[in-house]
Design a protein around this ligand. Sequence first.
Ligand SMILES: Nc1ncnc2c1ncn2[C@@H]1O[C@H](COP(=O)(O)OP(=O)(O)OP(=O)(O)O)[C@@H](O)[C@H]1O
Ligand SMILES: [Mg+2]
Length: 314
Amino acid sequence: MLTIHKLVKRFKQTVAVDHLDVRIEEGEVFGLLGPNGAGKSTLIQMITGLLPLDSGSIKLDGVSIQERAYETKKHIGLVPQDIAIYEQINARKNVEFFAKLYGLSGKLLKERVDEALERVGLTDRQHHLPSTFSGGMKRRLNIACAIAHKPKLIIMDEPTVGIDPHSRNHILESVKQLNQDGSTIIYTSHYMEEVSAIATRIGIMNEGRLIALGTEEELRQRIVNQERLWIETEEEISSEDHGAIAELKASAIVDEIRAEGHSMELLLSPQFDRLQDILFILAKNGLSVRTLRRETPNLEHLFLSLTGRQLRDG
Ligand SMILES: Nc1ncnc2c1ncn2[C@@H]1O[C@H](COP(=O)(O)OP(=O)(O)OP(=O)(O)O)[C@@H](O)[C@H]1O
Ligand SMILES: [Mg+2]
């Protein structure tokens, strides 16, 4: 449906989008995951024709977005990162305003506006001014404005940042519904749990490039061998050449060990099988375990291992 080829966008010294290639297929919920400044919004602004591209191409069903902006734009609905609604007209009139821009009128306009308000759960509040709304309700209204014309591609740029859990769940639920009703969706976020809950395919973006792409399962395969174990011991592990560490390092079950004070962190190897083997080595070397935590890797770990950075600050 959407084909992006060698797309580049620079802002002076910054390469915000760097020779990016990706194809989004019809019916997907494509989760675009990336930290601050990764280039997600810049990419989206180019897809929606809000920002000119430096080089490369973007095609919607084979039609160039650059060359035929008017024709392609009506098939796209954008929920921008910064909320764009009119505070001084009621919620319904906001949705009507955007739907009219896309050429809807009369009975169809009314129907589509009803449907969009219903979809985001604002039917009851449609005659109220957005200035009386919570952040989450404004965000939902912004979504209604983007979907009333029933675009085949809906792009949401971090629609859940800074909103209450109720609105957040509502938004995630409406993404699934919109997709079931036939829209293809691109959804950007810093939150791997969200993307993981709704996306059929995930792209991880960093410094203008897609550094990983696949289903969650495929991405997990890449880190499946990186299970971690944290162990806190009663005794202090005075040095890295403690007998237990030397023995664990020599065994095939641990790839890496870091130890300090009373704790150690183990990166388990694919050969790891039984926790018992590790506990046995510790006991044999005079260490008793106080606490133990085992962590299955997630997409944040994949991001960390690919970039050396956290997906989110803090
Ligand atoms: N209008 C602009 N002028 C100059 N630099 C810009 C402009 N817009 C974006 N940038 C730079 O381009 C890079 C990518 O920014 P972008 O907003 O696309 O990232 P993002 O992934 O959307 O981040 P966030 O998660 O914070 O929204 C950043 O280094 C940013 O500072
Ligand atoms: Mg952004």
